[in-house]
Design a protein around this ligand. Structure first.
Ligand code: EPZ
Length: 420
């Protein structure tokens, strides 16, 4: 298993180019199952989860033609479509559940593995199932698989999500595109990745209209047209590099990112003392000499502070000038990085879903273990400013969501090496 060797402390400087968003690309790729025509998706990040989703689509009968640089793909329907999404593919990437909506909408039949949990939480899919059921899907769960079918087309209806769920919103919007009649979904998640999905589907002729902050209306159609679409940039990667500039007192320009999608995060970093200049498609950020602590940070649904940047912000707060608190409201077990940060010298106490972070920590290099995708990158940030050498094991977690992060970090001055 690959690991990273990092020698700190360092100060980053230069330009960073953000890759395409994994969390926008995954639902967009899953939705290509709705199409009879050819679809071209560009600006894909070269990360493990995208490779897994493409393999899943292949197993369902899609013909996948990946470009040489693996950043764009042409997907065409083959004659032998399949409706079985196997556990072997879905277990490593929970977003595999996103093929359920398009399979049911298109083929009125699907056998998809339950995703299974991961380290950050049980990852149930009850909201996905209850909403698709409201659209006319019948299902039984047998031996870890969802056996689903519908009597002909799904039927549009009015649904209000009991809780906000990114994946359930995506699955339902995708399914409603081919349903009979109009579907109105209320209390939707509105992450930028979901808007990217609806922009893609609309570009292929889907009739989707956002009629309220969290309300979307979809008028079902018979079939979608061919489309070519470039996936949005990864706001979590951009946010991670903004935090890297702050933690190393460096200064960088982050290219091809729309600052609007990380406005909340930028406001927080400004409050901590960062100097930030924004333009249409890039962010200039300079870390302050002294970082101010932050109280009562809560992770919530967009447009609030995202759970996917919680671990990274926690590392930064260890270096601030006082005590900070973070409450994790989205996932039930997303503090695995705390134990590892303590090995570097962090003083963090956790009570249920609340973490209290003492500032003024100077990290000492250590041997570390990655746990989930975002916790792993938090360990990289800590190792970058730790005194001495750190080893980060099991970085396959990182490779799931960050495209060759070591190359990007080396380019801005980090002493980092991948040991295979
Ligand atoms: C998406 O996961 C992202 N994944 C996650 O990013 C992100 O952390 C999360 O949204 C929140 O923003 C992708 O987009 C591929 P949810 P998702 O449904 O869709 C519970 C990363 O690091 N829930 O909004 O699974 C759920 O357990 C990943 O890239 C149910 O109880 O998130 C969680 O506690 C990690 N029942 C909360 O709701 C359901 O049917 C929010 O989940 C669905 C979700």
């Amino acid at each position: 298993m690959d690991k990273f060797l990092i020698k700190g402390p360092c100060k980053i400087k230069g330009n960073v180019y953000v890759s395409g968003s994994k969390n926008a690309a995954l639902p967009i790729l899953a939705s290509t199952l709705l199409f009879d025509q050819t679809v071209k998706i560009k600006n894909l990040p070269r990360v493990k989860d995208i490779e897994t989703m493409l393999n899943l689509l292949k197993s369902l009968g899609s013909i996948i033609k990946l470009s040489k640089n693996k950043k764009s793909v042409i997907i065409t329907k083959s004659k032998n479509k399949k409706v079985f999404a196997s556990y072997s593919l879905v277990k490593t990437m929970r977003a595999g559940i996103l093929v359920l909506g398009p399979l049911i909408a298109k083929y009125h039949k699907a056998i998809t593995s339950l995703p299974g949990g991961c380290l950050i939480g049980a990852r149930p899919v009850n909201y996905h199932l209850s909403t698709l059921k409201r659209l006319g899907m019948k299902y039984q769960i047998r031996k870890g698989y969802i056996h689903a079918n519908s009597k002909g087309k799904l039927k549009g209806t009015k649904i209000k999500f009991s809780n906000i769920s990114v994946g359930a919103t995506e699955n339902s919007i995708i399914a409603a595109c081919l349903a009979k009649g109009k579907t109105i979904l209320k209390n939707c998640a509105i992450e930028p990745e979901i808007k990217d999905l609806t922009k893609f589907l609309s570009s292929a002729g889907a009739k989707i209209k956002w009629t309220g902050k969290r309300t979307v209306e979809i008028e079902g159609i018979n079939s979608l047209n061919s489309a070519s679409y470039s996936v949005m940039s990864d706001r979590i990667e951009a946010g991670t590099f903004c935090i890297a500039a702050c933690i190393t007192r460096g200064n960088i320009v982050i290219k091809n990112i729309d600052p609007k999608v990380i406005q909340t995060e930028l406001n927080l970093l400004k409050k901590m003392g960062a100097k930030i200049k924004k333009s249409k498609n890039e962010i200039y950020i300079k870390g302050p000499k002294k970082l101010k602590s932050l109280n009562n940070i809560e992770t919530k649904e967009y447009p609030n502070f995202p759970t996917d940047l919680q671990a990274q912000l926690m590392v930064l707060l260890c270096r601030s000038d006082g005590r900070s608190t973070i409450t994790e409201n989205i996932f039930e077990n997303r503090f695995m990085h705390v134990a590892e940060l303590r090995r570097l010298g962090a003083k963090i106490s956790v009570k249920e879903n609340k973490a209290i972070i003492e500032g003024g920590t100077s990290f000492q290099g250590a041997e570390l273990m990655s746990s989930d995708l975002r916790a792993s990158v938090a360990l990289v940030l800590a190792a970058m400013v730790a005194y001495g050498k750190s080893t980060i094991n099991r970085i396959y977690h990182l490779d799931r969501g960050y495209e060759k992060i070591e190359n990007k970090l080396r380019k801005v001055g980090v002493n980092i090496k991948r040991i295979s």
